[in-house]
Design a protein around this ligand. Structure first.
Ligand code: HEC
Length: 188
């Protein structure tokens, strides 16, 4: 028994030693570089539901159609109805029924979240290529396709947070003290 424990301790010691030398010798590939302040500024954007953090810029649905057709329709369908990737519109009023269709326009409580999401992650294959104006415009176009904004209604950092999304009241405030001031959970 004693010798087994000793063997185990010895074995562990050897493993720790090996790991130690491995770490000490981990190679330097000399790739990559530290991001500049300027790059960090463009990536490090967090937009809250109330619009805090939204940058300057503006766009209308009329302007966004072109962006959408070139950058989004291939995956989300020519009218945002869904293709290889999910539908962005449709499903309003379906959430409480037997076949809920969760889309940006039927489910998301805030339009500002779409700005943040597109800015971070879309187009899926080349995120980061859109300008702020193009993002305001393409968000306007998707909302326009589901009747939430007018074709020539300008979206900017003041007007976007005021858009009343259809499911705004479909969530209850999550008031547990540790989850922060803006957390909500679905109301069904
Ligand atoms: C190459 C395909 C592709 C392109 C192009 C693309 N998307 Fe997407 N999009 C996706 C995929 C895949 C997802 C789901 C990602 C996930 O769940 O992680 C997604 C998710 C989304 C969502 C979240 C939908 C939800 O209900 O969760 C939004 C909003 C969105 N895309 C908007 C856009 C917009 C606007 C554009 C054009 C600027 C765009 N996408 C271009 C593939 C694409």
């Amino acid at each position: 028994m004693f010798s087994r424990i000793r063997a185990l301790v010895l074995g562990l010691g050897v493993i720790v030693l090996l790991l130690g030398t491995g770490l000490a010798q981990s190679p330097h590939y000399k790739v990559g570089s530290a991001p500049s302040e300027e790059q960090l500024k463009t990536w490090s954007i967090t937009i809250l539901p109330d619009g805090t953090g939204l940058p300057e810029g503006k766009g209308t649905a009329a302007e966004g159609k072109d962006v959408y057709d070139r950058r989004c329709s291939e995956c989300h369908g020519n009218k945002a109805q869904g293709a290889d990737s999910s539908a962005l519109i449709g499903g309003q009023g379906s959430l409480a029924g037997p076949k809920p269709l969760k889309t940006v326009t039927s489910y998301w409580p805030y339009a500002t979240t779409m700005w943040d999401y597109v800015n971070r992650a879309m187009p899926f294959d080349t995120p980061g290529i859109l300008t702020n104006d193009q993002i305001y415009a393409v968000v306007a176009y998707v909302l326009f396709l589901d009747g939430i904004v007018e074709e020539n209604q300008e979206l900017n950092r003041e007007t976007l947070p005021k858009i009343q999304m259809p499911n705004r009241d479909g969530f209850v405030k999550d008031d547990r003290p540790d989850v922060g001031p803006t957390a909500h959970t679905p109301n069904r």
